[in-house]
Ligand binder design. Sequence first.
Ligand SMILES: Nc1ncnc2c1ncn2[C@@H]1O[C@H](COP(=O)(O)OP(=O)(O)OP(=O)(O)O)[C@@H](O)[C@H]1O
Ligand SMILES: [Mg+2]
Length: 253
Amino acid sequence: MTSSLLELRDLQVHADGASILRGVNLTINAGEVHALMGPNGAGKSTLANVIMGHPGYVVTGGSIHFHGEDIANWTPDERARAGIFLAFQYPEAIPGVSVVQFLRQAIAARKGLEELSVLEVRLDLMEWMERLGMDPAFAERHLNDGFSGGERKRNEVLQMALLEPALALLDETDSGLDIDALRIVARGVRTVRDEHADMGVLVVTHYVKLLEEIKPDQVHVLIDGRIESSGDATLAQSIEERGYDELRPPVIR
Ligand SMILES: Nc1ncnc2c1ncn2[C@@H]1O[C@H](COP(=O)(O)OP(=O)(O)OP(=O)(O)O)[C@@H](O)[C@H]1O
Ligand SMILES: [Mg+2]
């Protein structure tokens, strides 16, 4: 039996009847940080969503194992409670719900508790905000309501720190994020991992700069629904220099 955190075997996925993932193999062990790169439309966000159990995607073949268990039929809720965390590429605003209120609900759900005192959450929250160099006033802001790109990133990192996921999936949009926002993510991932050495991370990004700071154990390149190449951080560097073309499979005529 496998002891890996996440194991995808020949995973095939459709959305709206179209084939998007066409046989993905990926193993993430506890404590490993993996980066997923690849051209626009390759299926990176799809992969993250499928691991989380997004209902819009249909697994048509292959398997998803988490801690050795087949989770293909688990709901997103069950996956979240089991410790899978997904930070959305385009998080939605939830007007009227503050950062601290949202975290209180999310942590209670993750830990299987009915209720969690505001005080308890607040103590943890304040400690993490200080560690991450965040303004305490941020906790009272309404979730994603008018958040700048950098603030969204901070919120994402805070959620990751407080929810203590076993597996964190970070789908990073790069457009419009300045170098400081990328640093927030990179530093946040490192800080949270220092605390939770067993956490596995899959970070989707186009930015080599981000990876230079996160220092992934492995880099994978997804092209047209398949992982065409895997390697260490130097793979990201060579993509930065030469692009994806030479990693594309030859066209069979
Ligand atoms: N729900 C859906 N219904 C139909 N097609 C979809 C759906 N979700 C994704 N797709 C298609 O699947 C392909 C992969 O999309 P995906 O968002 O996973 O790409 P990506 O690698 O994350 O790209 P980017 O780098 O631009 O974020 C695209 O052609 C997209 O239009
Ligand atoms: Mg995407």
